[in-house]
Write a protein that binds this ligand. Sequence first.
Ligand SMILES: N[C@@H](CCC(=O)N[C@@H](CS)C(=O)NCC(=O)O)C(=O)O
Length: 267
Amino acid sequence: MAKAKRKPAKAPQPKAPKKKSMKLFYSPIHGFIHKVLVVAHEAGLWDDIEFVPIYPMRDGYSVAAINPLHKVPTLALKDGTVLYGSQTIAEYLDTVGKTKKKLYPKNGPARWDALRRLALADTMFEVTVTMTLEKGEVPMRASVFSWYWPKVERALDQMEKDAAKFKGFDIGQASTLHALSYLDRQCGRGLKPPVPENYNWRKGRPKLTAWWNKALKRPSVTSHFNKDFVGPDTPEFAAAQVAEVLAAQGKKGTSRTPQKVDYHYLG
Ligand SMILES: N[C@@H](CCC(=O)N[C@@H](CS)C(=O)NCC(=O)O)C(=O)O
């Protein structure tokens, strides 16, 4: 009797890798602890993330098409929603995280203290990034002005798109007022090329301009915008106030020598 031909066993097929629900564009720098990676891990989301290396200072890498600021980290969700600003990303991951323990405490002193420490460390980090750019030793593509200016223009274009959908008034709008008014002031005083002389962001951005003109009427803006400060503003007054705070903390005098810097150019 002829032997029945055995069907050759099918080699186990590798399963198509599951589509991750988010993509995190970030710089995997050796020796650098990423806040958003820490949060992603703590939140139990590690396996839901496609990690996408971006080296923003090297040729060929760009996230400008999805993030006008061309900065990492940038997080893209499955539905195309893009979040940027590590603070936004971190809070998002913490919120949608699978673990019970949250890194953002609920309202109350613990939350404000955590947010204060977040701002402290993040600002220190950004200052260090700017110093690194300024050093210009590593392969730099441009000066700080030519590197940053396209970010500003792209951010303004994004604001124009966002302004069409602005509803009510929120922290995003408050910070848009903050950024635009500062840009106006500094462009009026002159920056450096390629920033155009007397640059006016309103040109070609009718929606943002209309929103701006309306927002300027908010009492929260008229309360201080374009008004001179009225009240004591001497260094002595400030020092006395600081001393009061220190006293309230049970300390005497200042613990550090004040830095002697001419801050006028920043005004
Ligand atoms: N405020 C941003 C700052 C991020 C940031 O400065 N990232 C640097 C890491 S090197 C970057 O992308 N720099 C590229 C650039 O400034 O063009 C955040 O917290 O996400």
